[in-house]
Design a protein around this ligand. Structure first.
Ligand SMILES: [Zn+2]
Length: 272
């Protein structure tokens, strides 16, 4: 293959992919599916009309490109796929997106599932045992795992600060720059520097709160490492945007610039 052909094929592939996605986005959205999303995913009712339309288009592409598998006896239904896809696609609105390119398959368990885990205790000490999980994903796995009951209850309460679907898909955004470092793909060097500066300070502050036991708005699990910090920030950004903006204005501003969204405008948070 000549250099010219090598250069040409990715371009053609990219164009075909975009054409296919445009077709998926513009095909009619089944009324039954829309009713399921409106019933299960509360934030979808509050989005501005244009964003609702964009969300449904992204959901069509998502369902056309990702594979769902039921595990542990879970029977996959439209409701399962739509509830998960529509929450994940909230993270894609307003941005140029490649639809979570590292992700191929979503595995769904009925409820909390158990995994074998080796944990570092202290010094040379490690413990082995089973731990319960609601969800997980990994940079090289191509899969994302979710507990259906947690995915469903997260969608039903859009402002309790917790959402396992947003959390796990935030990890997928983190992978888009090729590393798992708590920073998504940022457009400019200036954005990267600003992101690093703000996140470093906010992460250090959460770690300090973990040590002193001071109550925090952000889930203290975010103190684990920068990748988990980003994932819990994304949960707070969409679920507790007004509180996050008030208590962590610089953090909110970084997330707002990246996501090109201002969830404080459509959140149900203040009405709780
Ligand atoms: Zn995580």
């Amino acid at each position: 293959m000549s250099i010219f052909e090598r250069l040409r094929f990715p371009v053609i592939f990219g164009l075909l992919k975009e054409q296919r996605r445009r077709r998926l986005r513009t095909q009619p959205f089944p009324e039954k599916w829309l009713a399921t999303i409106k019933r299960n995913v509360l934030f979808s009712r509050r989005l501005p009309p244009n964003d609702q339309g964009e969300l449904l288009g992204h959901v069509q592409v998502f369902l056309g490109e990702k594979r769902f598998e039921g595990c542990g006896g879970l029977q996959l239904t439209d409701e399962v796929c739509l509830t998960i896809a529509s929450q994940a696609c909230l993270l894609l609105l307003h941005r140029e997106t490649d639809y979570f390119p590292h992700l191929l398959t979503i595995l769904v368990y009925p409820s909390t599932y158990m995994v074998d885990e080796t944990r570092h205790v202290e010094g040379p000490l490690w413990s082995e045992g089973k731990t319960a999980r609601l969800g997980e994903t990994g940079r090289r796995l191509g899969t994302l795992v979710l507990a259906w009951d947690a995915a469903k209850s997260g969608a039903a309460d859009p402002c309790d600060g917790k959402n396992v679907v947003l959390h796990e898909f935030a990890h997928q955004l983190d992978y888009e720059n090729g590393t798992e470092d708590g920073a998504p793909l940022l457009a400019t060097r200036a954005q990267q520097l600003s992101w690093q500066r703000v996140m470093r300070i906010e992460f250090a502050s959460l770690r300090a709160a973990e040590e002193t036991g001071v109550p925090t708005l952000l889930d203290i699990y975010g103190a684990t490492n920068p990748a988990e910090f980003f994932a819990v920030c994304v949960e707070a950004f969409f679920e507790r945007p007004r509180a996050l903006r008030a208590r962590h204005p610089r953090l909110y501003a970084e997330l707002q610039t990246y996501f090109r969204q201002d969830p404080a405008l459509f959140s149900a948070e203040a009405e709780k």
